[in-house]
Design a binder for this molecule. Structure first.
Ligand code: IMP
Ligand code: MG
Length: 180
């Protein structure tokens, strides 16, 4: 069992300034790609609420916003068991979907989200993540990432929406979690 008190906030990996700049760049790419189209942004809670809020405020394209929630159990840094709450209330049939998440780690969350969304017969699905961990992924979890904010080493990080046992989501930067 992981003991929270044995960990502390380590080195900042990505500063608030760097995040702001990159989020604007991604929004500009999306604005260009979806020009003249309507976009349906599907935000994965909880982790991506801050990223999505910043990104969406730089959208110039017409957009709808809906949410899906996925909970991972335990104060763990690995092997999370996912429990889905698919609560899409918008009709996404024939729509251009953009899935927004904080992180692609094993790829399990995003590959499952895309698999589910395909059953709703949208026109197309693209995926946008703030962070992508550089690591090996199981073939069954491979998912195409159309927009990636930053590639980071395979290490546990917190801040800007990302938590450690529920804490630190409010930090405006992204930092490593390290042993005391
Ligand atoms: P997956 O392994 O790609 O399915 O990632 C599942 C979820 O775990 C991500 O959407 C994040 O919310 C969370 N997660 C993965 N890596 C980290 C991390 O380093 N810090 C905090 N949360 C993480
Ligand atoms: Mg998440």
């Amino acid at each position: 069992m992981l003991k929270q008190e044995e960990y502390k906030i380590g080195k900042t990996l990505i500063s608030s300034k760097e995040i702001k700049k990159r989020v604007k760049e991604i929004a500009a790419e999306i604005n260009k790609a979806y020009k003249g189209k309507e976009l349906c942004a599907l935000v994965l809670l909880k982790g991506s609420f801050i990223f999505a809020a910043d990104l969406l405020r730089s959208f110039k394209v017409d957009s709808y916003i809906d949410f899906m929630k996925v909970e991972s159990y335990g104060a763990s840094m690995t092997s999370r068991k996912l429990v889905w709450h698919f609560k899409i209330t918008d009709d996404v049939k024939g729509k251009h979907l953009l899935v927004i998440d904080d992180m692609c780690d094993s790829g399990k969350t995003l590959s499952n989200a895309v698999k589910y969304l395909k059953t709703l017969k949208p026109a197309d699905i693209k995926v946008c993540v703030l962070l992508k961990k550089i690591r090996k992924r199981n073939k069954k979890n491979l998912v195409k990432l159309d927009y990636v904010g930053f590639k980071i080493p395979d290490t546990f990080v917190i801040g800007y929406g990302l938590d450690f046992a529920g804490k630190y989501r409010n930090l405006p930067f992204i930092a490593k979690m390290v042993k005391k």
